[in-house]
Design a protein around this ligand. Structure first.
Ligand code: T4K
Length: 391
């Protein structure tokens, strides 16, 4: 591959990178340290560290209210939350998922002995294409997991119609969609349930954490049992289960970050707008937008490098990394091309042309409260010079 050099006004051969410290994608947003430390004192003083403590209960209530759902079942991370939801819904056989997602969506199924069947995505939305979902249905299909990729709602109505028509369960991996809406209604209200991730790299974090949102009382009850070994009171196990509990200190981080959530969204929105205005005028470059009629968290700045761009996606990534801008090619190469699934389904790619295209085009850029507007400006200047200098 031809490697490109950053033109000399930005980096002279052998000169230090533009940024002394790396600019990461997924740098955590952290609310008031003072409030967090107060909560930590409270937790330590109470000597109640885990097992459905008061912080977790308060956190669950606040997150459920925030999304307008009856139940938030908090868990130790998003992947376990997915696995518990999958088991609580009795999914078996085959379940249709996008391949263009973080590997956890597929792993959660596989880990529960359910076969993930990869359906293609729509080129514009990067979300499941309902027509492709229909093509993948077999007599063994029991469910569909839609992903609200980048926090933009999947085609919920169309997926629900397919699920209803074929008697399938529908749930959503909403790991990216905290605080987002679809057709004006908050995420959490669709399908049988929706799964959030509060991982450190997510715009809203609890260090590690996740939750299932649902308004189904029975489902919530089952998942509460499952996340705590199936215990009902002392010494009485009434359901198979695992350890999926959120700890108190994670809930404390969540409560603190919830106080700052609006200002974090505003920072993300401004960064996204700055990136978009500066980059989308460049040859072969587009930046994914968010529907301004919806609630968005703007946590991902997703740039697509088209075939008419004078540099390739990988050349851009390489040049950015050499400037200490650690842009990512999420979710390349697609789950179906990762070793465990490539070996299981060697010809899956034939059904996934759009997945392949998008996975080869995307660059995710750093955003969030850990990057300043000026730094965003420098990143965009570097990209501009790289592209214009190579045209
Ligand atoms: N479904 C979807 C659609 C998801 O995107 C995810 C998670 C899940 C399900 C599963 O939810 P969890 O079980 O994770 O709750 C990261 C995250 O680990 C993962 O949570 C996230 N998606 C995914 C999109 O991104 P990697 O493999 O990119 O992580 P890593 O270690 O390369 O870190 C990303 C960047 O963040 C690096 O540049 C370093 C920076 N970073 C990371 C951490 C942990 C920091 O600056 N500080 C930190 O504390 O997966």
């Amino acid at each position: 591959m031809k490697s490109i050099r950053v033109p000399s006004d930005l980096a002279i051969n052998g000169a230090p990178p533009a940024f002394e410290q790396p600019l990461h994608v997924g740098r955590p947003n952290i609310g008031s340290r003072e409030s967090f430390l107060k909560y930590v004192e409270e937790i330590l003083g109470r000597r109640w560290l885990s097992n459905n403590g008061p912080m977790v209960q308060e956190f669950e209530k606040r997150i459920a209210d925030y999304h307008g759902v009856k139940h938030c079942v908090a868990m130790c991370n998003g992947t376990i939350a997915l696995e518990i939801a999958i088991r609580a819904l009795n999914l078996e056989g085959e379940v249709i998922v996008p391949s263009y997602t973080f590997i956890a969506t597929a792993h959660a199924l596989h880990w529960q002995q359910v076969t993930p069947v990869f359906a293609d995505i729509d080129l514009l939305s990067h979300n499941l294409d309902p027509a492709a979902v229909r093509r993948m249905i077999t007599p063994r299909t029991t469910g569909i997991i839609g992903v609200h990729l980048w926090g933009r709602g999947a085609q919920v109505d169309e997926l629900q119609a397919i699920a209803d028509e074929h008697g399938l369960k529908l749930l959503f991996d909403a790991a990216h969609a905290f605080g987002c809406s679809y057709k004006g209604k908050m995420i959490g209200n669709f399908g049988a349930c929706e799964v959030l991730s509060f991982h450190a790299t997510k715009f809203f974090n609890t260090f590690e954490g996740g939750a299932v949102l649902t308004s189904d009382d029975d489902l919530a009850k089952t998942m509460r049992l499952m996340r705590n070994f199936g215990f009902s009171g002392y010494d009485n196990v009434i359901h198979p289960g695992t350890n999926g509990k959120m700890i108190e200190i994670a809930a404390a981080m969540g409560l603190v970050n919830l106080e700052s959530v609006d200002s974090i969204v505003e920072v993300n929105r401004c960064n996204h707008q700055t990136y978009r205005e500066a980059l989308s005028v460049l040859q072969g470059i587009s930046v994914l937008d968010y529907d301004e009629n919806e609630h968005n968290n703007y946590q991902y700045v997703v740039m697509e490098v088209g075939e008419d761009c004078p540099v390739t996606r990988d050349q851009l990534i390489q040049a950015l990394h050499s400037e200490n801008i650690l842009a990512r090619k999420y979710f390349w190469p697609g789950c179906h091309n990762m070793k465990p699934y490539r070996e299981l389904y060697p010809s899956a790619g034939l059904q996934l042309p759009n997945t392949q295209k998008v996975a080869d085009r995307v660059v995710v850029l750093p955003t969030g409260t850990a990057i300043t507007v000026d730094e965003v400006g420098v990143v965009t200047s570097i990209i501009r010079v790289l592209i214009e200098g190579s045209a």
